[in-house]
Design a protein around this ligand. Structure first.
Ligand code: 3PG
Length: 306
């Protein structure tokens, strides 16, 4: 009987856990949940007899992978798989998958929620601003970007996107303007929302060159990864543009400096909150369990990323 380890430092909602158990039990699989663990050693120990692993943002390092002698598949229940060392997995013949799209509505709702919170001065009782009529630029038009566009249009925002990897016609079909040039989007919009993955090419790519193009009172929204921001450049922009705001799902490393100097112009979630809904946990967790079953039983490798 194959065994699935579900290792989540940040646990799934209880409803999702129950549903994942049902899917695995019905297929005749063994499972173990390792939640809120601290340290790699606990993960290594639990992985010893596992054939398959489901994780969220849990760090899967070469040392973890090398300690897992039975492991055949890792599924990241979510979109970004920058937490998994793909080279180490590939070397060991382990398939890695993600579950694209399953938590994207949750992330998109948080994006708009943070935007309203910032535009209304953190609900402090003073007059804020509305989103209606403001221009929003979506940097990368994947599953989350598309959902952000849909919701933002409901608010009456004027929505554009930059994504050289997505066909222009499919973006336009959503009633979203296509920016051919990323700088044009940054200079034209009141809000820019980031949806790029963290890769060698994108880490620190949101830098002074790009941010300096933004309007003086623009807001940068980050529900992607903190690593894509060049934080030294971000500080320079905060200094130079007196109305610039930065709102992010997870704080930057230099959050103390920002908090001390730029009160009212930032908001950071205490923990990564984008995918923290029962719905997203259910969608991503069940998709991950089913992908494992289909891989072990039928060799299906849809959503393989290595
Ligand atoms: C993702 O990449 O799917 C999101 O960042 C959610 O990550 P989480 O599962 O750690 O909340």
């Amino acid at each position: 009987m194959a065994k699935v380890l579900i290792a989540t430092v940040k646990p799934f909602a209880a409803e999702a856990v129950e549903q994942i158990k049902n899917v695995l039990e019905s297929a005749g699989y063994e499972y173990e949940f390792l939640e809120k663990y601290d340290g790699e050693e606990k993960l290594k120990e639990a992985l010893r007899d596992a054939d398959a692993l489901i994780v969220r943002s849990d760090k899967i390092t070469p040392s973890v992978i090398n300690a897992a002698d039975n492991l055949k598949i890792i599924v990241r229940a979510g979109a970004g798989y920058d937490n998994i060392d793909l080279d180490a997995a590939t070397k060991k013949g382990i398939v890695v998958m993600n579950t694209p799209g399953q938590n994207s509505n949750a992330v998109a709702e948080l994006v708009l929620g943070m935007m309203v919170y910032q535009a209304r001065n953190h609900f402090n009782g003073t007059s804020g601003r509305e989103l209606k009529g403001k221009k929003l630029g979506i940097h990368a038009y994947g599953n989350v970007g598309k959902n952000v566009a849909r919701i933002a249009k409901g608010f009456g925002m004027i929505v554009g996107a930059f994504d050289p990897f997505v066909e222009k016609a499919s973006i336009e079909a959503d009633g979203v303007k296509v920016y051919e040039n990323v700088e044009d989007m940054y200079s034209d919009c009141d809000y820019v929302s980031l949806h790029i993955p963290a890769t060698k090419q994108t880490i620190k790519s949101i830098n002074y060159d790009l941010l300096s193009k933004m309007k003086d009172d623009a807001t940068l929204v980050n529900s992607a990864r903190k690593e894509v921001i060049n934080e030294d450049d971000l500080l320079k922009i905060f200094e130079e543009k007196k109305g610039f705001k930065y709102i992010s799902d997870i704080a930057p490393d230099n959050k103390e400096v920002i908090a001390e100097k730029f009160e009212g112009r930032y908001f950071f979630t205490p923990k990564k909150m984008g995918a923290q809904t029962a719905e997203a946990n259910i969608n991503a967790g069940i998709a991950a369990a089913k992908q494992i079953i289909n891989f072990i039983e039928k060799g299906e490798t849809k959503f393989k990323v290595n």
